[in-house]
Design a protein around this ligand. Structure first.
Ligand code: NAP
Length: 316
């Protein structure tokens, strides 16, 4: 029986793990993929306080090491089902089964797909959702980045390290990305923009060799083709990973877990942290902040249930 199990090993989960383990709680972090989660696929992070610039994979690794150094255990497993309603929280993974007094859900979100025909078929054969994984394949080639938010613009800038030219394809004529990123992209000779355009189909042979775009102002379509391989990198936001929890914890209309300021969900002893929460700002720094708050309140929950709550923590 663990004191605290954290589902998800991104910045929120790893920070929750660090705080829990440092407070001497028996702590398990379950991660299905790579330590750091989504952040491990992010490049050139310049807005994590105290660090000038770092790639997400390194930041994720450092966070995981720090949590482990304090005694947190990290296992690679994919959670299949949960029962979070009782005093003992039960989690079933593909590898093992786990029990805890308290659970922190930090499962984050997965990249949103365009939904165009051919997108899934050519995933890994021209269509990518991760520039750090795939940009190097497009050395000297053209790349089309789909989206207009921070991710699209930040990753487009990164991809210019490899590609001959990067075209940002956005469905409006104005970017959503922050002004500093916009400025960097507008000043980058290797970046061009295709405005008011949406991907309607992706075609190819063994790999992608055609993309059909539709201008949503004029209704006209254009076909992008090349004899050389080209890449399509999709950064159009994320879809929250709430499937496992949606029948047990309260979920907002847009699919995110509802918590209060203490990261408490509607279930006693169950907390949520990071991008999975219903909130407006999703940054690494506030994911980490959520993780710390969730962890401290999970510790309080356990101590209170066991009659060990420190006097200063008792509510008026
Ligand atoms: P986002 O902010 O939700 O932006 C998504 C972009 O994709 C928007 O420009 C949106 O267009 C477009 N889009 C959405 N659905 C689309 C569709 N079906 N077809 C075509 N385009 C579509 O997502 P994000 O850029 O991934 O960022 C997620 C969060 O992480 C944000 O809170 C962001 O600030 C944060 N983030 C921060 C940094 C940083 O601070 N350096 C870096 C990366 C991410 P519209 O604009 O027309 O809606």
């Amino acid at each position: 029986m663990y004191d605290i199990i954290i589902i998800g090993g991104g910045p929120a989960g790893l920070t929750a793990g660090l705080y829990a383990a440092r407070a001497k709680k028996k702590t398990l972090i379950i991660e299905k993929g790579i330590e750091g989660g989504q952040v491990a696929e992010t490049t050139g992070i310049e807005n994590y306080p105290g660090i000038d610039k770092i790639d997400g994979a390194e930041l994720g690794m450092k966070m995981a090491e720090q949590a482990k150094n304090f005694g947190a255990k990290i296992v690679m497993d994919e959670v299949e089902s949960v029962d979070l309603t009782g005093d003992v929280k039960k989690i079933k993974g593909t590898v093992d089964e786990y029990e805890a007094k308290s659970v922190i859900i930090a499962t984050g979100a997965n990249p949103r797909e365009i939904g165009a025909p051919g997108e899934r078929e050519y995933k890994g054969r021209g269509v990518s959702y991760c520039s750090i994984c795939d940009a190097a394949f497009y050395e000297g080639e053209d790349v089309y980045v789909i989206g207009g938010g921070d991710s699209a613009v930040q990753e487009a800038i990164f991809i210019t390290n490899f590609a001959k030219k990067v075209y940002i394809v956005h469905r409006r004529d104005e970017l959503r990305a922050s002004k500093d990123l916009q400025e960097k992209a507008f000043n980058n000779d290797k970046i061009d923009f295709i405005w008011n355009s949406e991907v309607v189909e992706i075609k190819g042979d063994k790999v992608v060799n055609e993309m059909i775009l539709k201008n949503n102002k004029t209704g006209k379509t254009q076909s992008i083709t090349s004899d050389d391989p080209f890449g399509i990198f999709v950064f159009i936001g994320y879809v929250p990973n709430t499937e496992l929890f949606k029948d047990q914890v309260n979920i907002s209309d847009n699919g995110y877990i509802i918590t209060d300021d203490e990261m408490k969900t509607n279930l006693p002893g169950v907390f949520a942290a990071g991008d999975i929460r219903n909130k407006t700002v999703r940054q690494i720094v506030n994911a980490a902040g959520d993780g710390a708050i969730a962890s401290i309140n999970a510790q309080k929950y356990i101590d209170e249930a066991e009659g060990n709550l420190y006097e200063g923590f008792k509510e008026e």
